[in-house]
Design a binder for this molecule. Structure first.
Ligand code: AKB
Length: 314
């Protein structure tokens, strides 16, 4: 029987992943944790500061944890406000999780990486699995280092650690915070409330994104794949779809014809320009049969279905 600890369960991906794992394994088998416990949590939710290694160890011992999903991190845009603090937080929490996993012989660990590992010198279109990694943000630097630590703990200690380079995740269930791809969620909240949207990226900035359903399915499929099929022990490239703010605006206008986006690029434009426009994920397809299901039209329809009062869908 698995007992699964999620660190960062209150975040954009953690919130949805927690529900998916509860549905699969049962509420009593999933221990959600974050710095703050939400007002009415479903299932077990504990307060955890992942910078404290003994606090993680206590929870692992108390709940007989067998798997850990470590999702807590400071993201690309907010990380730039305090680079040293971002590095310290992202690395300290990662090393704490890896050391606890090694000590307690945790059977499987998931640590996400990001398209932010890529920088200027990687091909920007169909960015391959193996590309030069020279990230422009401290978040990206911490994820490159994290990928190397995952590889090290796997080869040196035999830990079964798995990882995905998430693109920007688009979700209706939870809000992102501090990322460069966050606009792709914020825009829907404006559209369904009949408000115009001001985008912090230029209209033609193409970025790799993924709908939350696909992101969760990819995570579970990777974690459930036979270990013998996992040939990438740093982190797998993962593709969903790619679009620009102008293309997303046009897709939303199918439902809200008068919806308008204006463009006021800020420092996040430079981050976005350092990232891929699209991702080659053939390795994920070959190793554990990854195939995304959501294109722009389907994702937009789902987002509006879930966020709106449904009158535009009639
Ligand atoms: C961000 O924008 O920082 C994240 C990411 C792509 O990792 N959404």
């Amino acid at each position: 029987m698995e007992n699964i600890l999620i660190i960062g369960a209150g975040g954009q991906i953690g919130t949805v992943l927690c529900q998916a794992l509860q549905e699969r394994y049962g509420e009593s088998r999933v221990i959600a944790s974050d710095l703050r416990v939400p007002p009415n949590p479903r299932g077990i939710f504990v307060s955890l500061d992942a910078t404290q290694v003994l606090a993680i160890a206590d929870i692992v011992r108390q709940y007989n944890v067998t798997q850990i999903y470590h999702l807590a991190a400071v993201l690309s845009a907010s990380g730039e406000a305090n680079p040293i603090r971002t590095w310290e937080l992202n690395m300290q929490t990662l090393l704490n999780v890896l050391e606890v996993a090694r000590t307690f012989r945790i059977s499987k660990v998931f640590v996400p990486s990001s398209i932010a590992v890529f920088g200027e010198d990687a091909p920007h279109v169909n960015t391959p699995q193996q590309a030069f990694l020279d990230p422009a943000t401290v978040y990206g630097i911490s994820k490159v280092a994290a990928e190397n630590w995952l590889h090290y703990y796997h080869t040196r200690y035999g830990l079964d650690i798995r990882s995905l380079r998430y693109p920007g995740v688009v979700s209706y269930q939870s809000l992102p915070g501090g990322g460069t791809t966050d606009y792709a969620v914020d825009i829907f909240h404006k559209a369904v409330h009949g408000q115009p949207f001001t985008c912090f990226l230029k209209e033609d900035t193409r970025l790799p994104m993924i709908y939350m359903d696909d992101a969760i399915r990819a995570t579970l499929e990777l974690m459930e794949a036979d270990a013998a099929r996992i040939t990438v022990r740093t982190s797998y490239n993962l593709a969903g779809l790619s679009f620009t703010p102008a293309e997303l605006t046009a897709a939303i206008q199918v439902y809200y014809p008068s919806f308008q986006t204006t463009y006021q690029p800020d420092f996040r434009q430079q981050i976005a320009e350092s990232w891929p426009q699209s991702i080659d994920d053939t390795r994920a397809a070959a190793d554990w049969d990854w195939k995304p299901a959501f294109d722009l039209a389907r994702m937009t329809g789902e987002m509006i279905h879930h966020l709106s009062d449904h009158s535009v869908l009639a």
